[in-house]
Design a protein around this ligand. Structure first.
Ligand code: NDP
Ligand code: MG
Length: 395
């Protein structure tokens, strides 16, 4: 492809955002940054704007926008600074944009990601929470608009690479028996269960293989990340929860596998570096250099596998239940988890209480069908309210 592609990076100041910009910088003849968005890291966002000179930047509110606009003008940049959810949706759906990296963390990314989908963009989906929350509505919007949805989550990107091009005909039709979703098991895979009450946010965020934002790092430690990913697999590849098996693979070299009826099992391997799935999705169906070192199998020497222990990782069980229940339940699971993770990071609760909060929220409310984004957001609000009550009841 010779034409320069215009890329919006939602969540540019985060871990995925920065890896995306690293890949883009390696291919200046292919990609140009159209818009960059940030939230709390304004100094970093300003530095990124000076480097990539985007047409637009988006920040949280008007005050931050005025401040950044002043700084960029003084530096001689013509970048226009927008703010809030409306600004995010504008740069996601702008007619001149070709591809949107959806890398805002959590439910905050739902509306901007959907705006990119509805505008029929090439959508590179890192923000799994958006798909988990809105499921059928999201996939229906992709069908309606003709958007090209490409998974950035390393496991889903691996599965996409291991499936045939016509997998949308149905997994059974293309001979798939199971999808094997790999998980590292996180930093607490072998921590004695009675010590989990004492683990700190710093320990939870110190992932053995991946360097990521704090929220997803805690999700990896609790394995809620794998739970959210299970739901993500079901929507992306039209799988049932029963067709997806979680496999703990501590080295994070195999990023997931597809098991076919003839006994063939296809896997995608690589060093644990998000620039691989980002490059894959950006250039798809072509391949480009990502800057990731070649895999050294002799240095890795061995690959291990084990079944997940649901006593150690109750979040995985809760997510599987939510996947089976459907409707508003995954949105409630996600929202309760966001509140619980934030409380853990603020040291208001202990690590095992993340699962207790989610369990309590899901038990307090029956799931309902969701037919609109408003209904999804109402379920999200209700779960946050219930999780807030749980926290307050503890003083
Ligand atoms: P980070 O916390 O590193 O980055 C999050 C980004 O979202 C930042 O740019 C942040 O801005 C922005 N942001 C946070 N809150 C808001 C808000 N309320 N409104 C608008 N923007 C906001 O997270 P990651 O990059 O690690 O993860 C991003 C997404 O990608 C998540 O959904 C995660 O699950 C998914 N993902 C990440 C992987 C990884 O390796 N990191 C792997 C697979 C999936 P600021 O920093 O300026 O506050
Ligand atoms: Mg993942």
């Amino acid at each position: 492809m010779s034409q320069l592609q215009q890329v919006t990076v939602l969540g540019a100041t985060g871990s995925i955002g920065l890896s995306t910009l690293d890949v883009i910088a390696r291919h200046p003849a292919r990609y140009q940054v159209f818009a960059l968005t940030g939230f709390s890291r304004l100094v970093e966002l300003e530095a990124l704007c000076l480097l990539y000179r985007p047409r637009y930047a988006v920040v949280a509110d008007e005050r931050a926008a005025r401040h950044l606009q002043g700084g960029l003008h003084a530096a001689g940049l013509a970048t226009r600074v927008l703010f809030g959810e409306q600004g995010l949706c504008e740069v996601a759906a702008h007619p001149e944009v070709d591809a949107v990296m959806a890398a805002i963390v959590g439910a905050a990314g739902l509306k901007p990601t959907l705006a990119a989908v509805e505008a029929g963009k090439k959508v590179l989906l890192a923000n799994k929470e958006a798909l988990v929350m809105s499921g059928a509505l999201f996939i229906e919007a992709v069908r309606r608009s003709g958007a090209v949805l490409l998974p950035i989550d390393s496991e889903h990107n691996a599965i996409f690479q291991c499936l045939p091009g016509d997998y949308a005909r149905g997994l059974e039709q293309v001979g798939v028996r199971r999808i094997l979703l790999t998980a590292s098991g996180g930093p607490f895979r072998e921590t004695p269960l009675e010590q989990l009450r004492e683990v700190s946010p710093e320990q939870a965020c110190a992932h053995p293989n991946w360097s990521m934002g704090r929220k997803i790092s805690v999700d990896s430690a609790s394995m809620m990340n794998k739970g959210l990913e299970l739901i993500e697999v079901c929507w992306l590849f039209d799988a049932t929860p029963a067709q997806v098996e979680v496999v703990i693979h501590p080295q994070s070299v195999i990023h997931s596998l597809v098991d076919y009826v003839d006994g063939s099992v296809l896997a995608q391997l690589g060093n644990p570096d998000m620039r691989t799935p980002i490059s894959h999705a950006l250039a798809w169906p072509q391949r480009i250099d990502s800057g990731v070192a070649p895999l050294d199998l002799f240095a890795i020497a061995r690959l291990d596998f084990q079944a997940p222990d649901e006593q150690r990782f109750p979040c995985l069980r809760l997510a599987r239940q939510a996947a089976e229940a459907g409707g508003s339940v995954p949105a409630m699971l996600n929202a309760a988890n966001e509140v619980a993770v934030a409380a853990f990071l603020e040291r208001r609760i202990r690590f095992p209480e993340i699962a207790s909060i989610i369990d309590a929220v899901l038990n307090a409310e029956v799931g309902v069908a969701v037919e609109s984004v408003e209904a999804v957001l109402a379920a999200d609000r209700r779960a946050r309210e219930l999780a807030g009550q749980w926290l307050n009841s503890r003083g």
